[in-house]
Write a new protein. Structure first.
Ligand SMILES: *Cc1c(COP(=O)(O)O)cnc(C)c1O
Length: 493
């Protein structure tokens, strides 16, 4: 192309890029179809389905083609237990390169002292964090007392006592129905079994975190680990205050920013709302608002680094080198100036979505949002979360049901719907479109009535959506979705 040639739609950088991506996927699918055509077909169909629906699941997003393509390589074939430059397997020099890059980008992006890129998912990152805190705070001092370098040097009786000590520690986290995660001490979860646990909730009147109540509980319970972070709380958290509470009781503050890492990366959450300067250990997923590959990360203050490094093979299976490579690509993307704009639009769009509901008379837990999600209480529509979720799915609106605080319908049927803006914001939806999304959802819920059980009572699961509403909603969504194509220019023949 000559330098003077005017950029035409077909030779603009975006078009060239889209052409490369199209042919990469076209050819990959042909290779896959040669072995198992049904997998190739399902993969094509998944793209078509994702393109045609309003994705409002607060924990989902759309990673870039560069991130997705990075995952499909021979890095998948390599074992790399250990850490960068210190592996239990030979020939890890290229894995070292990508893992070191992922960690460096993570440290720079979040201003963290230390980053560990190996966790396979958010839950795995939390397991690494728990064991790291136990090793640092309990096992370390114990070994020191016995003058031992590691557990192999302990006598059988001493090892038995250490095991008892490790299994006898306390954790305080946010309850599931207040918006916390299963791994924050929920009884049936391993975190609620390996630790003596207690949970803090939110204020029954306002639905907001009550720091004085958290402090009172921490002072009474004196946990080793104080966990902050959430999956379904529509508000920001003051992590400086949480650190103060942790310090008052001698706890380690662990923040799980799985949901809102993108807002931290994009500097929407700064100062007291940025967990990294305040927490001893921060865990996250990389695939939610951060918009990377499916995976996890641990960030830590230097003193926790040696115990975090023992994640694999003491807690985790061998690292997924192809995913660590994709984390490096995604984190490089998040360090570009445009990511801050994306993060700000996520938050602005959530405000628009919340206002859209409130102006149409719907109830939101906490009365609104100041992060990336809203929690819609559907009981005023006479529905359970399960009925609302199903009726919305019929109309092409993908959400998930979620309990509201003190939910009368329990964790299975629930009374809420959780909606997040990261995915549609990636597609380019803006303020007015999120208002229209709220209008469509209210319309579907108003047109849905609960079914009846065999005994004649109101059902919590079955429902009836008025004729024509699903089609009308799909048509209105399609107009917006067509305006903001997913992976623009990616065409498969
Ligand atoms: C999503 C989430 C997780 C779990 O992430 P996975 O990658 O599914 O293991 C952990 N903690 C919080 C707060 C989450 O929202």
């Amino acid at each position: 192309m000559s330098e003077n040639a005017a950029a035409t739609p077909t030779d603009s950088p975006e078009a060239v890029q889209a052409g490369l991506v199209s042919s990469a996927y076209q050819q990959a699918l042909e290779v896959i179809a040669g072995v198992e055509p049904r997998v190739a077909e399902a993969t094509r169909q998944e793209l078509a389905d994702q393109r045609a629906s309003l994705k409002l699941i607060a924990s989902e997003n759309y990673a870039s083609p560069a991130v997705l393509l990075t995952m499909g390589t021979w890095f998948s074939d390599k074992y790399a237990e250990g850490t960068v430059g210190h592996r239990f397997y030979a020939g890890c020099q290229n894995v070292d390169t990508v893992e070191a890059l992922a960690a460096e980008h993570a440290r720079e992006l979040f201003g963290a002292e230390y980053a560990y890129a190996q966790p396979h998912s958010g839950i795995d990152a939390n397991l690494v964090a728990f064991w790291s805190i136990l090793a640092h705070r309990v096992e370390g001092p114990w070994l020191e007392k016995y003058g031992a370098k590691n557990v192999n040097e302990l006598s059988e009786e001493d090892w038995e006592s250490l095991r008892h000590e490790l299994g006898n520690q306390r954790l305080l986290g946010m309850s599931l129905d207040a918006g916390g995660h299963l791994t924050h001490g929920f009884r049936p979860n391993i975190s609620g079994k390996m630790f003596h646990q207690q949970q803090y909730g939110t204020d029954p009147q306002t639905g907001l975190l009550d720091y004085d109540a958290v402090r009172a509980k921490a002072k009474e319970f004196r946990p080793l680990v104080l966990v902050a972070g959430y999956s379904a709380y529509p508000r920001r958290v003051n992590f400086a205050k949480m650190r103060e509470i942790a310090d008052e009781v001698g706890a380690t503050l662990m923040v799980d920013m799985a949901h809102f890492a993108g807002l931290v990366a994009g500097k929407v959450f700064t100062g007291d709302e940025d967990p990294v300067p305040h927490a001893h250990v921060v865990t996250t997923t990389t695939h939610k608002s951060l918009r990377g590959p499916r995976g996890g990360l641990v960030l830590a203050q230097e003193e926790y680094a040696p115990s975090v490094d023992r994640g694999c093979p003491m807690v985790l299976g061998g690292p997924l080198s192809h995913v660590m490579a994709a984390k490096a690509v995604a984190l490089a993307e998040a360090r570009q100036p445009s990511f801050a704009g994306y993060a700000q639009r996520i938050a602005d769009n959530a405000t628009s979505l919340a206002d859209g509901f409130l102006s149409r008379g719907a109830n939101l837990v906490t009365g609104g949002t100041d992060n990336h999600l809203v929690l819609l209480d559907v009981s005023s529509f006479g529905l359970t979360g399960r009925q609302a979720e199903s009726a919305l799915l019929d109309a092409g609106v993908v959400t998930n049901r979620n309990s509201v605080p003190a939910d009368p319908n329990g964790a299975w049927y629930t009374s809420g719907i959780r909606l997040g803006t990261p995915a549609l914001t990636t597609r380019g939806f803006g303020h007015d479109e999120f208002d229209q999304v709220a209008a469509l959802i209210v319309d579907v819920l108003k047109s849905t009535t609960p079914g009846t059980t065999k005994a004649g009572g109101p059902s919590k699961a079955s429902y009836r959506l008025e004729d024509g509403v699903a089609d009308k909603t799909r048509a209105a969504s399609a107009e917006m979705l067509d305006k903001h194509p997913l992976y623009p220019g990616l065409e498969l023949v």
